[in-house]
Design a protein. Structure first.
Length: 563
């Protein structure tokens, strides 16, 4: 019987560190502490985005140190590198938010450049805040060297007057303050309690959504994602990731062998079952593109339609990520996916085992209510749907988790950007039944496709969440809830029909028919578009970087990837 060829575990770095002609390179590395023995071993990159501008990534350096311990113990030589991060929550509602989605591309670019130039043999990428998570996986897919992603973990909930709170309550409190329901003293008390340490936002917002999705996809180790950021067990998870990446290297497993169509379908189903962020659509489309896997936006709808909503997680539900961890973590969600018949159980993971094997080993806490049983779903279908229509011929995403509405018809209230809309909300100029339209916030028009949490949170805080709908060519935060439609494509800046809407036009959102329409004839839409002048913005921050992105970026319906 012939045996498979042995894997060269120094398959790339050999060209960097071996031979007389590489003496100068070795000299540089000896000078900063690498021994000759270190350089004879495979070189493993440990990439992270530690930064002092936010809590989400604040533990990344501590985790990186433990990952490096694991790599050394398993026979490798780690080399740590740092990239950037932008806090969606902190920049929300400001011009700085335009940098957020742009940062996803820059994170992927920077990891790709360092790993490519320094010929790493393998890679562990540590993530935290929203865009760092898909950014790291996009880099792994591009490089296609043995590797895995470790999520830094969620923050614990804060405590406000005896109740658990997250940052979601602070955004909604702004609307409550504007409507007189909350005093300034109460607002300050809440803001000082809501974010009590390191880690990403606690609800099933974008960070925890993508962390779950990538564990379901198999590029993150089973059971790793939901261990909280400040839980001591996270350090052991990090060390085991260092050991695991050496096993991945010895097996010669590449990220594109993990990021398959079946694995992406598992990730989509996890987002749908958990009521996760609509940003999951954008980021999984982007990862699929980097991995060369054909994936269309309408496939998200068909998967969500056959996946029940079982996770009672904020923003639409009661619980947070730390509760999910205690209930059984992502493996419990995978088990429910298997029971529901939506898990592609034969998809391989970085452990070298199938996702079905990991699902079968899930440990469910007795009496937990975070992840419902199949006979007691929160809803029979998943937490989002894809709509088309004469406003969004290329598609858009509607969030369904956390409310029962499936249709809405009302007059358009049109705003040329988030600031205009926010001013109207705070001035209490939005009426029951309105359809708030925020345009020129897409990948090109924003530029940078800002999230609208400040606006959506204020709408909910003012008590309009059950009577007002909102549509935008921008994005929503994972903390957004209510009847909200995002990623309308084509965007206004590229001549999309959303640019034709005017105040008072009758807009209908109908989930059952998967339609987003305005009651106008095509000729009228065309005439209006021919005379429409998109808003031309220059960002107050990072004009060059954001300007380059705006020139290179594709449609939201394809993941808003820069090419």
């Amino acid at each position: 019987m012939s045996s498979s060829p042995a894997v060269d575990i120094k398959h790339r770095s050999r060209a960097l560190t071996e031979g007389p002609e590489r003496a100068a390179a070795r000299a540089y590395l000896h000078g900063i502490g690498y021994s000759a023995d270190d350089l004879r071993k495979p070189i493993v990159g440990v990439a992270h985005s530690w930064i002092e501008t936010m809590p989400c990534n604040f533990n990344n350096r501590v985790l990186a140190a433990k990952v490096k311990e694991g790599i050394r113990a398993a026979g490798g030589t780690p080399m740590e590198l740092n990239t950037i991060a932008i806090s969606d929550g902190i920049t929300m509602g400001t011009p700085g938010m335009r940098a957020s989605l742009v940062s996803r591309e820059l994170i992927a670019d920077s990891i790709e450049l360092v790993a490519g130039a320094h010929l790493f043999d393998a890679m562990v990428a540590i993530s935290g805040c929203d865009k760092t998570i898909p950014g790291t996986v996009m880099a792994l897919a591009r490089l296609d060297i043995p590797g895995l992603m470790l999520y830094g973990g969620s923050i614990r909930p804060g405590s406000y007057r005896g109740a658990d709170v997250t940052i979601q309550q602070v955004f909604e409190a702004v609307g409550e303050f504007a409507s007189g329901e909350l005093s300034e003293e109460e607002l300050h008390e809440l803001e000082e309690a809501a974010s009590p340490g390191a880690g990403a936002c606690g609800g099933q917002f974008t960070a925890n959504t993508m962390a779950m999705a990538f564990e379901a996809l198999g590029i993150s180790p089973a059971g790793s994602a939901m261990v909280p950021a400040e839980d001591g067990r996270k350090l052991e998870v990090a060390r085991r990731c260092g050991e695991l990446v050496m096993d991945v290297l010895r097996r010669g497993q590449r990220p594109r062998e993990v990021i398959t169509k079946a694995a992406l379908e598992n990730a989509i189903a996890a987002v749908a079952m958990s009521g996760g962020s609509t940003n999951g659509v954008l980021h999984l489309l982007a990862v699929a593109r980097e991995a060369g896997v054909p994936l269309q936006i309408d496939e998200f709808d068909s998967i969500s339609e056959r996946t029940p909503l079982l996770c009672d997680l904020q923003p639409g539900g009661q619980y947070v990520a730390t509760d999910l961890y205690e209930a059984g973590g992502v493996p419990l969600v995978l088990k429910r996916m298997d029971e529901a018949g939506v898990l592609r159980a034969d998809a391989m993971t970085v452990s070298g085992r199938t996702i079905g094997e990991h699902a079968s080993e899930a440990q469910e806490a007795e009496g937990q209510r975070v992840v419902r049983s199949l006979d007691d779903p929160l809803a029979p279908r998943g937490g989002f749907a894809i709509l088309r229509g004469n406003i969004a011929p290329d598609g858009c995403v509607v969030k369904l988790a956390g409310h029962a509405r499936r249709s809405h018809t009302g007059p358009a209230r049109v705003f040329e950007g988030e600031e205009q809309a926010m001013a109207a909300v705070l001035a209490r100029e939005i009426n029951n039944g309105d359809v708030v339209v925020i345009r020129n916030e897409g990948p090109v028009g924003g530029p940078g496709m800002r999230e609208m949490l400040a606006v959506t949170g204020a709408i909910v805080g003012e008590g309009l969440g059950e009577t007002v709908a909102l549509i935008t060519d921008g994005r929503f935060s994972g903390a957004t809830h209510g009847f909200m439609v995002a990623h309308v494509a084509p965007e206004a800046a590229r001549g999309g029909p959303i640019a034709a809407l005017r105040d008072g036009d009758e807009v209908t959102i109908d989930v059952e028919t998967r339609r987003l329409d305005v009651a106008l004839e095509e000729e009228e839409i065309g005439a209006r578009l021919s005379s429409y002048e998109p808003v031309r913005r220059t960002s107050e921050l990072a004009d060059v970087a954001i300007g380059k992105y705006a020139k290179l970026v594709g449609s939201a319906s394809e993941g808003a990837v820069a090419r």
